[in-house]
Design a protein around this ligand. Structure first.
Ligand code: SF4
Ligand code: SF4
Ligand code: SF4
Length: 426
């Protein structure tokens, strides 16, 4: 357990934030978890009521409190629509940090956050090894979606249909880059994020192709660490500090106009979570510069490079899923659609409820897979109903979830990142 004095301070600062909730219950209409379960404890208002008595509740039933707190995708839909401006994500992250400080971390969490994610070299080596041997444990299940499933009974994988680790992650093909600005007169730092690096390197290659095409110089330092969201969303604030510090050290060495990522979660984490939780005072100036410069790749292409829609529509039907971290956290909704409309050959079709969460939610998917699937199945049905051949999005985690759901539904649809479709045509 953390120092009791520190714990009391943490509880006090949480209490101060809770008073902004006026208990109107409007978050009920927004929450994808509540839409499935109908349980008040699953929606923000119910969780806030629980947190109001957190000190007492966590002594009575720490496991129960943890479970209730974790039944949330951290999608931010309630926050984006809350009439009182309650800082829901911040409240939930702080509550999870309190619970982790009180309960301690599980051995698995310690291994993942404290040993692996804070040591990017070791993390890469272990997953590179995993990529070599994964064929023993997995078998292909859907050629169009490129999914596999477990060969044997596997506790964590379950009956998921998933994209396996890439045979060649981005970091092994392109360990680092430092190229001068071309025709655009711009240079960007490139932060692919772990899922793009290890599962969807094609997305990273697409970004690099697009940047080269537009004459943008790239600074991509070797040894990038995870953005830290898995650690902080599980309450491990100390590991989060280390991951952010490692990234700050790398990016402070570069000279760039923007920091680009193709991962909605990374962009949102760098923009919103890093400044709120990173504590080292000596790094605050560099941190502020990075936070100011970070941009989603499609927002960069449309807002900065002025990529604009084509006059003529193509024939390849593509629909778009709004990742929560782009829509709710950063307000990026128009630019990915514009990028699709600027892609030769694409006919853009809007799906029903494009803005609804796909149910991924990082570790939510691991902890509550049944619930995650119930939410994801709705999304898959909307994709199928749109009649589009391809669903595009801007978040690799959403890509994984939609791929799983479509593969299980036996749907012949492709799942691509918006930047991949654009890069295909250059
Ligand atoms: S979190 Fe916002 S929407 Fe939900 S009950 Fe509180 S004030 Fe209302
Ligand atoms: S963040 Fe998303 S899942 Fe969590 S309570 Fe809010 S709407 Fe529900
Ligand atoms: S948000 Fe997800 S993909 Fe992006 S760096 Fe963090 S863990 Fe990796």
């Amino acid at each position: 357990m953390a120092d009791p004095k520190k714990l009391v301070e943490m509880l006090k600062s949480l209490e101060d934030q809770l008073v902004t909730c006026m208990r109107c219950g409007m978050c009920q209409a927004q929450c994808p978890v509540f839409a499935q379960s109908g349980r008040e404890g699953d929606v923000t208002r119910g969780k806030i009521a629980l947190l109001a008595g957190l000190a007492e509740e966590m002594i009575k039933d720490p496991e129960g409190v943890n479970n209730k707190l974790n039944r949330c995708l951290l999608c931010g839909t309630c926050e984006a629509n809350c009439p009182s401006g309650v800082k829901v994500t911040d409240i939930f992250l702080r509550a999870r940090a309190i619970m982790a400080a009180y309960n301690g971390m599980s051995p698995t969490q310690k291994l993942i956050f404290q040993q692996l994610l804070t040591h990017p070299g070791l993390f890469n080596t272990i997953l590179d090894l995993g990529a070599k041997f994964q064929g023993i444990f997995t078998k292909p299940v859907n050629d169009m979606l490129g999914t596999s499933c477990a060969r044997f009974n596997a506790p964590i994988i379950g009956d998921r249909h998933f994209k396996t680790l890439a045979a060649k992650p981005l970091h092994s093909d392109v360990p680092s880059l430092d190229t001068p600005a071309g025709a655009s007169n711009l240079r960007v730092a490139f932060y692919p994020g772990c899922v793009v690096d290890k599962i969807y390197p094609s997305v990273g290659h697409a970004v690099l192709k697009v940047l080269k095409h537009h004459g943008v110089g790239v600074f991509m330092p070797k040894g990038q660490a995870c953005c830290g969201i898995p650690a902080i969303s599980n309450g491990d604030v100390a590991s989060f500090q280390k991951m952010v510090k490692a990234n700050i050290e790398l990016f402070r060495k570069g000279d760039f106009d923007y920091l680009i990522t193709p991962c909605a979660t990374c962009t949102s984490t760098i923009k919103k979570i890093w400044p709120a939780y990173y504590e080292d005072k000596s790094d605050q100036i560099t941190l502020a510069k990075i936070v100011d410069k970070v941009k989603d790749v499609s927002a960069f292409l449309v807002d900065v490079l002025k990529v604009s829609p084509m006059d003529t529509e193509g024939t390849k039907t593509v629909t778009y899923h709004d990742p929560c971290h782009l829509r709710n956290s950063l307000g990026v909704t128009a630019q990915p659609r514009t990028l699709l409309k600027a892609t030769p050959g694409v006919k853009f079709v809007e799906m029903t409820d494009a803005a609804s969460c796909c149910g991924s939610g990082g570790s939510f998917n691991l902890k509550f897979y049944e619930l995650s699937q119930e939410i994801g199945r709705k999304k898959a049905q909307h994709i199928i109903d749109s009649q589009a051949e391809t669903v595009a999005t801007g978040c690799p985690a959403c890509m994984m979830q939609m791929t799983d759901m479509l593969s299980k539904a036996g749907a012949s649809r492709k799942v691509r990142h918006v930047v991949e479709l654009y890069a295909d045509t250059l």
